[in-house]
Write a protein that binds this ligand. Structure first.
Ligand SMILES: [Zn+2]
Length: 169
């Protein structure tokens, strides 16, 4: 039986270089694919391999937002980079991330409900909780920069980056 999940993992993983640079992991893209070491990106334990698709655009593109969301479409379409990150996460950190994301959404919805019922203290509490969980959930994997065929990935722990050679520009 053909296993469709087999394809990305059989790509030449070992051939690409990998470094650490400040708080990022730097690696070479192989046809838009980035392969992180097969250890949980938070605790370095073993876990399940996953793939996530990211779209990245240079930060200056967001200046176009000043002209309205539609104007952002132009640099977005020209400069966007697609990166498929293959990473590993253990059950504990997977669950923790899902809780953070869910809690952020629930606080967001709850905020509107509390505001509609004119409950000022609850409204304020939900704003705080929304911000806290939003910040927590943003500590997950993300693309910091794409330059040529090289990608800077943030959100990993110092334990995970330990042992990787330093990046020399
Ligand atoms: Zn973990």
């Amino acid at each position: 039986m053909q296993n469709f999940y087999q394809a990305p993992t059989t790509a030449p993983q070992a051939s690409g270089q990998i470094w650490q640079h400040k708080k990022s992991v730097v690696l070479d893209l192989m046809s838009k694919q980035a392969f992180l070491p097969k250890k949980c990106y938070k605790c370095n334990e073993s876990g399940r391999e996953r793939t996530k698709r990211f779209i990245w655009i240079p930060a200056w593109c967001y200046l176009f937002l000043l002209g309205g969301i539609l104007l952002l479409l132009i640099p977005y379409l020209i400069f966007k980079k697609e990166v498929w990150v293959h990473y590993t996460v253990c059950q504990k950190h997977r669950t923790r991330h899902l809780i953070n994301v869910t809690a952020a959404w629930l606080s967001f919805i709850g905020f509107f409900v509390a505001a509609a019922f004119e409950l000022p203290i609850l409204t304020l509490l939900l704003v705080v909780s929304m911000l806290v969980f939003l910040v927590l959930s943003m500590r997950a994997l993300g693309i910091q920069k794409v330059k040529g065929d090289r990608v800077w990935i943030n959100g990993t722990s110092p334990e995970f980056r330990q042992g990787l050679p330093p990046y020399q520009g």
